[in-house]
Design a protein around this ligand. Structure first.
Ligand code: FAD
Length: 384
């Protein structure tokens, strides 16, 4: 496809945020939208490397509300977008093994229940009873929501991109943005490896790279890339089909069923910010050891695949929605490792912001860029 010379809106980054925003803008009738992705395919950044978990279980009201809006959009994705995304409601079971986390869990369940989310608080004994294949002698409490589960990230991106294209969006791959030209405090053009596009409006959905795009525009965005990784096992006949998404919260260690085996990940708390996306095999070994401690049958498992990707981390683990000091330059990024599930509503919210100047579906105006300078941070506890 030839690069358009002009656009009403240029979206930078074709992961779940960019794809969702492109679709929602086009659905509102904006015809001249251009989506630029630097890689050969859409959705190969954080979105394509993510674990696919979707959950209502968060510790802040704004994140719970984002899930309340976004997860039903994934449930009816096939009807609206025409693409199967394989929503599997296996439930999330979060396990606390120390009193601080148990106390936070009690607070989280009360918050979620108040917002109409039916998460259940479990005792340590109930956790053990639900997970007979696992060793959780030290479990003090758990939280369980049967509506949490898994969705296929690649299908979500592919669905949004092709629905957007049908509505007229020009979606380009191998198009790396290399510059944002401004004049007198306004955007003039976006420069890319496939040519320049004149525009007044840019949406930065570059995920872990959003800070770099900010630099091109002269806007400081506090998002740092941090590597996270997981591996999958071969088929394990003992794992039942309804095995939940289990999180050993203190270790940020998680397990869920993937194909006939398990997907297992753990966050390296020592990981330094950086763009490295190779799997750290030394840490993978630690991950495996921790997983075997919790599930001894894994001693007999072999690795089927492994991946590393980048979390897009902000100082308060909440995303950035909205404008910036540069007129026409807005941001939808920084979801800090749990953004895939919020992608559907995020694209809709940014469409409202760009076209109407306000968020109507859900007021996320407190998650603006200015909060970092003004010290209005809201810390999310349920980061895995
Ligand atoms: C290992 C791992 C596990 C995860 N597990 C989950 C989970 O279970 N559930 C969940 O909800 N979230 C999870 N996440 C987080 C989730 O993947 C992200 O929050 C989400 O995908 C972010 O989407 P995005 O569109 O903002 O970023 P991305 O998907 O990274 O998209 C940004 C795009 O911008 C492109 N880009 C960058 N620079 C340029 C440029 N100069 N020009 C053009 N294009 C550019 C990139 O190539 C990329 O495709 C996980 C992340 C990782 C790494």
């Amino acid at each position: 496809m030839d690069t358009p010379k002009t656009a009403d809106i240029v979206i930078i980054g074709g992961g779940v945020m960019g794809a969702s925003a492109a679709y929602h803008l086009a659905k509102r009738g904006i015809k001249n939208v251009v989506l630029l992705e630097k890689e050969e395919f859409f959705g190969t950044g954080a979105t394509g490397r993510c674990a696919g978990g979707v959950r209502y279980q968060f510790s802040t009201e704004i994140n719970v509300r984002l899930s309340i809006e976004s997860l039903p959009m994934l449930e009816c994705f096939k009807e609206e977008i025409g693409q199967e995304v394989n929503y599997r409601k296996c439930g999330y079971l979060l396990v606390a093994t120390n009193e601080t986390d148990a106390e936070a869990f009690r607070h989280n369940v009360a918050l979620q229940n108040r917002l109409g989310v039916e998460t259940e608080l479990l005792s340590g004994g109930a956790v053990r009873a639900r997970l007979p294949l696992m060793r959780f002698e030290d479990a003090i409490a758990g939280t369980w929501n049967p509506k949490d589960g898994l969705v296929d990230p690649n299908s979500v991106v592919a669905g949004y991109v092709s629905a957007a294209q049908k509505l007229g969006v020009k979606a380009l791959t191998n198009a790396q943005v290399t510059g944002i030209r401004t004049r007198g405090g306004e955007i003039e053009a976006v420069e890319s490896t496939q040519g320049a596009i004149e525009t007044r409006t840019v949406l930065n959905t570059a995920g872990p790279w959003a800070g770099l795009i900010g630099t091109l525009a002269g806007v400081q965005i506090p998002i740092v890339p941090v590597r996270r990784q997981w591996f999958t096992t071969n088929a394990l006949k003992e794992i039942p089909e309804d095995f939940p998404f289990v999180i050993d919260f203190a270790q940020s260690l998680y397990f869920h069923r993937e194909a006939e085996g398990l997907l297992i990940g753990m966050s390296n708390q020592e990981e330094k910010p950086g763009f490295e996306q190779n799997v750290d095999e030394e840490f993978e070994f630690l991950n495996l050891e921790a997983a075997i401690e919790r599930m001894p049958l894994l001693e007999r498992a072999s690795r089927a695949s492994h991946w590393a990707g980048l979390y897009e981390v902000t100082p308060d683990a909440h995303p950035i929605f909205g404008g910036s000091p540069l007129k026409g330059f807005s941001i939808c990024a920084g979801f800090s490792g749990h953004g895939f599930m919020h992608g559907p509503v995020a694209g809709k919210l940014m469409t409202e912001y760009i076209l109407d100047g306000k968020f109507s579906t859900l007021d996320v105006s407190t998650l603006d860029l200015a909060r970092f300078e003004e010290g209005r941070l809201i810390k999310e506890y349920n980061v895995v």
